[in-house]
Design a protein around this ligand. Structure first.
Ligand code: G
Ligand code: MN
Length: 254
């Protein structure tokens, strides 16, 4: 499995068939677009566009992660420089894995790219994906504090799954958390997911953090989340991942 992913990644890098799409994040109450998350996609020779989960997961295990992460960041920032002209209030969110945070010079890479593209750092955010356990969150907190000090937002992605720990909330200067789609999927009927979701929202708000719920597919999920004061929402019901040009049209005037 690992080799299949790695081969697919190397082939995609050679063929330059990776592209970046953007999925909007909406204010829970007004449903206006407040941010857009950059997502990796693969465009086949046939023109078909696919999710690139296997490729992204393979990158995570190899040194290609840094080249791929850099390319995503550069592409997304260049695209955002264009669509933010129509919508200066809409933030660009880019996923950064904990490994990149610890091993690559993310801070200077991000700040250089943003200065070059003239993006307002308050309109840029990183989503930290916890694909492995961060043994010393105090160490990872240092580059995050630098990013935060320049105005950049910091979101803890898929919070409460995989390796995320409450110590991250203790140490990281976060803007907010993203509630993973797996908790949202069975709302409002599943008792456990209801409890987990409500507890996460309450905890985040008590810490002065914002909350985005992911994977919204049905209105009844929106109703439940609104009732429990969730700040923002993302999911196929509200907006699918789209090209930079499509996003520019969707955000026009936001
Ligand atoms: O958690 P993370 O940000 O890595 O997840 C993003 C992925 O989830 C993207 O590949 C995106 O296409 C997918 N996604 C986004 N919204 C929805 C949704 O409402 N339903 C489902 N099934 N997948 C979604
Ligand atoms: Mn994300």
């Amino acid at each position: 499995m690992e080799d299949v992913g790695r081969a697919a990644l190397e082939r995609a890098l050679e063929r330059h068939d990776l592209i970046v799409h953007y999925q909007p994040i909406h204010d829970a109450r007004t449903r206006s677009i407040t941010a857009a998350e950059a997502l990796l996609r693969q465009q086949r020779a046939s023109g078909e566009i696919r999710e690139a989960g296997v490729i992204a997961a393979a990158a995570e295990r190899t040194s290609h992660l840094f080249a791929l992460g850099s390319w995503m960041m550069r592409t997304a920032i260049a695209d955002a420089a264009a669509w933010q002209r129509n919508a200066p209030g809409v933030t660009l969110n880019v996923n950064v894995s904990a490994r990149e945070l610890l091993e690559a010079d993310v801070v200077s890479r991000v700040t250089d790219l943003m200065a070059g593209a003239r993006i307002d750092p308050r309109r840029f955010a990183v989503e930290i994906t916890e694909t492995f356990y961060i043994p010393e969150p105090e160490v990872a907190a240092a580059p995050l504090r630098e990013l935060r000090a320049s105005g950049i937002g910091i979101w803890l992605d898929d919070f409460g799954t995989r390796h995320s720990a409450l110590t991250y909330l203790q140490h990281f200067p976060a803007t907010g958390i993203k509630i993973p789609a797996e908790f949202v999927a069975t709302l409002p009927n599943d008792r456990r997911c209801r409890s987990i979701t409500c507890a996460l929202i309450e905890l985040a708000h008590d810490l002065g953090l914002q909350v985005v719920a992911e994977g919204i597919e049905r209105e009844e999920q929106v109703d439940f989340l609104l009732e429990h004061d969730c700040d923002a929402m993302q999911g196929f019901l509200l907006g699918r991942p789209m090209s930079a040009d499509e996003l520019a049209q969707a955000v026009d005037g936001c």
